[in-house]
Design a protein around this ligand. Structure first.
Ligand SMILES: [Zn+2]
Length: 305
C-alpha cells in the first residue's frame, strides 16, 4: 500500500505500473503483435477488428465497420494505419503488445470514452475554480500589503489556512509562488507544441480500478514525450473516477494539474497528504505549498475545508 489515501486519490506514475492489460473489462487484450510483420490471422485479429470498430470515426476509427473475420488483410491494416496517422503521425500498420497503438486503441473503447465525456463537464468547473483561486490570491497579496484593506483580510486568511502563507519566511513570495502554479495550470490549456486543453486528459488505457488518476511530475514540460505507451504530457483518468462524487471529480482535475505543472525534479509538487484542510495540519508551510491536494482544496473551498 502506498501513502495514506483519502478516497484513493493516488496519482503517481507507479499507478500505471501496477495495471496490466485485462485489469478492466474494457481493455483490449492481445499477447502478440498484430498486423504488418505480426499475426494476421486468428482470434486476436478479431479482438483488434472489434476494437477498431468500437472507435468512433472522429477518434480515428473506420468510417465503415471492418468485417470481424479474423483476417488482417489490406483493409484491416489500412484501418490500423489510419488510426496511427490520426494519433501519432506514423503508420507502420502494426500493433505491438503494450505499444503506443495498443494503448491508444484500448483507451478509446466505449466505457473509457464514456468516462472522458462524463469527465469533460468537470473541466469547466475546475477552470472556473482555478480562475477564482487566482483572484483570491491577488486580493490576498493586496491584503498583505495593506493590513487587510478593503477586502478585510479574508482572502489572506483563506490562503493562510490552506498554505500557511503567514508562517512562511517571505509571505509575499509564498503568495506569488502559489499564484504562479495556478497561472501555469491555466496556461496548460493553451500550449503550442503539446497537448492542450481537454486533449491533455485521457482515459487510462489499462485501467487501475482503485485510482482516480495519475500524471507525471512536470508532464506539462515533456511535450510529446513517451515512456513506453505513456504519453508524459497527459493526465490519465482511471476507473475510480467513474465512482467519485462531483467535488472529487473537480478536485482530481486540479490536483493532477498541480503535479503536471510543477517541476519534473527537485521541488516537486507531490502528495505529502490527501484529504481536506484538516488533514494537512501536520505539514510544514513548504510541504503545503508543494502538495497537490492543497491546490485543489484552496480552489474548491469551502467544499474541501
Ligand atoms: Zn497526487
Amino acid at each position: 500500500m502506498l501513502i495514506g489515501l483519502s478516497n484513493n486519490r493516488i496519482c503517481q506514475p507507479v499507478a500505471a505500473k501496477s495495471a496490466g492489460q485485462g485489469s478492466y473489462n474494457d481493455d483490449v487484450v492481445i499477447t502478440n503483435a498484430i498486423g504488418t510483420r505480426g499475426i494476421t490471422k486468428g482470434p486476436q485479429v478479431i479482438i483488434i477488428q472489434k476494437a477498431l470498430n468500437n472507435v468512433p470515426a472522429e477518434y480515428g476509427g473506420p468510417a465503415l465497420p471492418l468485417d470481424t473475420d479474423g483476417v488482417a488483410g489490406d483493409f484491416t491494416i489500412g484501418c490500423i494505419k489510419d488510426f496511427q496517422k490520426r494519433h501519432f503521425g506514423f503508420q507502420d500498420g502494426r500493433i505491438d503488445v503494450l505499444g503506443k497503438t495498443h494503448a491508444k486503441l484500448s483507451s478509446l473503447q466505449p466505457a473509457k470514452i464514456a468516462r472522458m465525456k462524463m469527465a469533460k463537464q468537470y473541466l469547466g468547473r475546475a477552470l472556473n475554480a482555478m480562475q477564482k483561486a487566482q483572484v483570491k490570491l491577488t486580493l490576498a497579496g493586496m491584503e498583505l500589503l495593506t493590513g487587510g484593506g478593503l477586502s478585510g483580510g479574508q482572502n489572506l486568511a483563506l490562503a493562510d489556512a490552506h498554505f500557511d502563507v503567514l508562517k512562511s519566511d517571505d509571505p509575499a513570495a509564498a503568495l506569488a509562488y502559489i499564484s504562479s502554479v495556478y497561472t501555469t495550470m491555466l496556461s496548460s490549456f493553451d500550449r503550442p507544441g503539446g497537448l492542450g486543453g481537454w486533449s491533455q486528459f485521457e482515459a487510462e488505457p489499462f485501467t487501475n480500478r482503485d485510482y482516480f488518476a495519475f500524471t507525471w511530475w512536470g508532464g506539462h514540460y515533456q511535450r510529446g514525450m513517451y515512456i513506453g505507451w505513456l504519453r508524459m504530457d497527459t493526465v490519465y483518468l482511471s476507473a475510480y473516477y467513474d465512482k467519485a462524487n462531483d467535488n472529487d471529480r473537480v478536485q482530481t482535475i486540479i490536483h493532477e494539474l498541480a503535479h503536471f505543472v510543477g517541476p519534473a525534479a527537485g521541488d516537486l509538487i507531490t502528495d505529502y497528504a490527501y484529504g481536506k484542510r484538516k488533514d494537512m495540519a501536520g505539514l510544514s508551510p513548504y510541504k503545503k505549498q508543494h502538495n497537490a491536494e492543497c491546490y485543489g482544496n484552496f480552489a474548491l473551498s469551502p467544499a474541501f475545508d
